[in-house]
Design a protein around this ligand. Sequence first.
Ligand code: NMX
Ligand code: MLT
Length: 472
Amino acid sequence: MVFFRSVSLLSKLRSRVAQQSSLDNSVRWLQVQSSSSDLDLHSQLKELIPEQQERLKKLKAEHGKVQLGNITVDMVLGGMRGMTGLLWETSLLDPDEGIRFRGLSIPECQKLLPAAKPDGEPLPEGLLWLLLTGKVPNKEQVDALSKELRSRATIPDHVYKAIDALPATAHPMTQFATGVMALQVESEFQKAYEKGIHKSKYWEPTYEDSLSLIAQVPVVAAYVYRRIYKDGQIIPMDDSLDYGGNFSHMLGFESPQMQELMRLYVTIHSDHEGGNVSAHTGHLVASALSDPYLSFAAALNGLAGPLHGLANQEVLLWIKSVVAECGENITTEQLKDYVWKTLNSGKVVPGFGHGVLRKTDPRYTCQREFALKHLPDNPLFQLVSKLYEVVPPILTELGKVKNPWPNVDAHSGVLLNYFGLTEARYYTVLFGVSRSIGICSQLIWDRALGLPLERPKSVTMDWLEKYCKKAA
Ligand code: NMX
Ligand code: MLT
């Protein structure tokens, strides 16, 4: 792939609007674009980077010594919960309100980001533009980005061979992460680094890799799905479709509702600030100057854990086990008993609880709204609704669960299942495709801002005991 490919591809379309005014905070930075003819994401970024570099420099120089809180022993022993320790520009999570992408809530994104049809769900390409630039793109810009992503979606043959080397019974996430690792062979960052690129230019090949990776992952993911569940009958990309619509199409789902669901799904799963396991892993690995493919493959391996992304698989399997044991018309009492049985057997109730959120996840709420619109009478949706009433009081009764409310994974499975994507073991791959957008967007900014190697200090129990004795 040619290094400055996006620039050359779109240079004919480019006619730059007047310089963006110099904006010095995220809120002011966010603005709805006029219908400009500047369709080139790369050149928009290039323009934004110097002012954000200056902003970071000023922040460090003027406020570098300001304290952000105290680190307690509980935090060290408790998975660093509540410890502020990362810079993550693309989104911010409020415990009560939920996620904001560059300052925009999910309902605001649904309202403001361009859609494929009137009143439709946001196009994930629009979210990618928003995450990268802090600006809401217009439809023309999103269409140009869709086109660019399609042009980058070529998969080298060795990637399919690497996946094919695994047994078809291997978990879909293992096959997907293997495919992403195999894509790494063509990393532009790695090539540029080997040639001795200057550090001030790191973000450029990172941008190239990131956009290509985001473009390629749905193709690899669809390949894994068709290989495992559809006798390897591969469906090629449709050049007339957008990112989410195409993903649905390549998986083998052509209904307009499933395409809309996929657009919504990819948009809402993309980013959840920086501390979640997948984002944090990607960021950590990238801090060693590992390229986006290496970093994102690592992130996927974190996403594959049942307390994180695999929970979407676990939720549908758990719901199906409820139905298998008690039938679809389960009573509230039976459901309560089933929840207690799960807890008493030393398992978690999947889809409930969160490391940061303390209220119902707005990603759950928007999926519920989608269900109310498209499948209000579906028995599994009714069961999910019943769980919303039954589970939180039980988790609260346990006395130790900090957030008894449902998270994003509590709802996605029944929607996918309704539209025919019934294979729960595959669900985390969908989450992974979406997460590429958030992790890679931040990774470009990591390189543009010159963020350093991440290396926190660790201590032993012995060290802690001695320290605490002295401090007492
Ligand atoms: N079911 C049973 N127990 C729970 C649950 C739950 N849904 N949520 C928390 N707890 C327990 C937790 O296991 C811990 O128990 P112990 O002290 O015995 O180890 C205790 O409550 C305190 O945990 P919290 O501080 O409330 O939660 P934490 O921040 O440690 O973990 C999760 C957050 C998300 C890992 C946890 O809520 C959980 O395991 N939920 C179920 C799995 C899930 O849905 N994960 C998906 C999260 C979203 N995502 O996509 O990543
Ligand atoms: C996520 O989307 O990454 C999950 O909700 C987990 C988290 O934020 O910790």
